[in-house]
Design a protein around this ligand. Structure first.
Ligand code: SAH
Ligand code: SF4
Ligand code: F3S
Length: 448
């Protein structure tokens, strides 16, 4: 999470911010932190030390949403001490003013599209207002850009290139919480990438709910061209992008990875289900076969591109045969990682009206079967790296184990030892020989 930053504007006001959910939220929090600091607030690491307590929330599944309300209940005591509370992000946008009923001591509720108004909302808060909302402009054309972004890592940073989603998959809250799809100008993305490179960043991760649905408002660059252009910014060594939507995944993305060394060997391409029948019920607008064709482009690339995915088990109407198709698809693709979830009915979505008739135990069983099979696939995939020399970026040190933590271009963790007396610093790049593998990480030794 974001580290504390020295704040030149500090005037004694403090805030605590906790982030739930996806990388979009993590990056939004970096922008919120920068905005608050500019308004004279200093970030603190504990609720007890803060004047203002903010939760940047996620509502993708019911459990994520419940976490926030549990947190708010836990802190009634702090409210009695005069602390103010704000709920930001996707639960804020989804629940709106209902949050004030469920948690009456919350003073501020704001969805992501209203963060531009945070400075005004803070003024109202400081003047003692109690029910401040920023909920009304989800349809805004503006993306939340700020010159004050307080990035939490000095070497690797996010850039949002597209916000929102117009795809309305039957199960998903994102179009309702993040609003309609809107892309940022390619010139603005590239300007930020250059500024980051000048500030010493070497890795950039381009973000979007569907990053490859990018549509340049200036009409200058396709997504693949933008990827390549960011990869060619002097000083940038690695470029990642997430999440890609299969429907908009075009062959030129693979060609760009083959052509531009800085683009990383990794594509995250969520399938959700291996059954075309279920995909249709989900309104994903692609079939198993169409998805597998895109996978074949990735597999036949010159570079060894790692593939990961998201899957939902127990979607309404998913039969044992449908589920079996998810299992066979995972076996066919041989992913390096999957994020698998039990279907969770969500407010406002069309699927909430479908009968969620698969018992919870059956969903849990399907999830476990999928994860067990995937573990075996990963064990074999990871074992193939033993003996290889891979480039890693150093992320940190595990002093207890005497290991350096590295990340490969394929986004795999490679923990390694070195014979050098001084450990390589976070952000440095070096070559590491893989000596051992686990289902989720690699172990190795630095090549001197
Ligand atoms: N835009 C991306 C996904 C973003 S949401 C895409 O379309 O692929 C991240 C993941 O959360 C999804 O890929 C899906 O697997 C999961 N998810 C979304 N809604 C869910 C729900 N109602 N229940 C369970 N998992 C869900
Ligand atoms: Fe949700 Fe579908 Fe949009 Fe992804 S594409 S964010 S799953 S609605
Ligand atoms: Fe969650 Fe919102 Fe991201 S619902 S997954 S924080 S877009």
């Amino acid at each position: 999470m974001a580290q504390q930053n020295t704040n030149p504007y500090s005037s004694g006001k403090t805030f605590y911010l906790e982030t739930f959910g996806c990388q979009m939220n993590v990056h939004d929090s970096e922008k919120v932190i920068g905005t608050l600091q500019q308004q004279g607030y200093t970030q603190v690491e504990e609720e007890a030390a803060a004047d203002l307590i903010l939760y940047n929330t996620c509502s993708i599944r019911d459990k994520a949403e419940q976490k926030v309300f549990n947190r708010l209940n836990d802190y009634k005591k702090l409210h009695a001490q005069g602390k103010r509370f704000g709920v930001l992000g996707c639960v804020a946008q989804q629940e709106g003013e209902k949050i004030f009923e469920r948690a009456p001591y919350v003073s501020l509720v704001s969805g992501s599209a209203s963060y531009r108004k945070l400075p005004e909302m803070l003024v109202q808060l400081e003047a003692g207002a109690s029910r401040i909302t920023g909920l009304d402009d989800r349809q805004t054309e503006e993306t939340f850009e700020t010159e004050f972004t307080a990035r939490s890592n000095a070497h690797r940073g996010y850039i949002t290139i597209i916000e929102g989603c117009d795809k309305f998959c039957a199960y998903c809250v994102v179009p309702y919480t993040r609003g309609k799809e809107r892309s940022r100008k390619s010139s603005s993305v590239l300007a930020e990438a250059r500024r980051m490179a000048e500030a010493g960043y070497t890795e950039i991760q381009l973000l979007g709910q569907n990053v490859n649905s990018y549509h340049d408002p200036e009409g200058k660059k396709s997504f693949a061209e933008l990827l390549a252009a960011v990869g060619e910014v002097p000083g940038i060594v690695r470029v990642r992008f997430t999440t890609s939507h299969p429907r908009d995944f075009t062959r030129d993305i693979v060609e760009a990875i083959d052509a531009v060394p800085a683009l990383c060997d990794h594509v995250h391409l969520p399938i959700q289900s291996g059954s075309s029948r279920v995909l249709q019920l989900m309104q994903r607008e692609y079939t198993r076969e169409q998805y597998l064709e895109k996978i074949s482009w990735i597999k036949t690339a010159r570079r060894p591109i790692s593939m990961t995915t998201d899957m939902i088990v127990g979607f309404p109407g998913e039969t044992p045969d449908d589920f079996e198709e998810t299992i066979t698809l995972a076996a066919e693709v041989q992913y390096d990682g999957i994020f698998a979830f039990k279907y969770s009915p969500r407010p406002n979505t069309p699927a909430i009206h479908m009968s969620d008739s698969i018992p919870e135990e059956e969903k849990s069983m399907r999830l476990q079967i999928l994860l067990d099979r995937q573990r075996e696939i990963q064990r074999i995939n990871y074992a193939r790296h033993v003996g290889e020399v891979m480039d890693v970026m150093v992320e940190g040190h595990n002093h207890a184990r005497g290991q350096v933590i590295g990340r490969t271009s394929q986004n795999k963790t490679l923990n390694f030892t070195t014979s050098q007396p001084i450990l390589p610093a976070p952000g440095s790049y070096l070559k590491v020989r893989v000596t051992r593998s686990l289902p989720n990480s690699l172990v190795g030794e630095a090549v001197s």
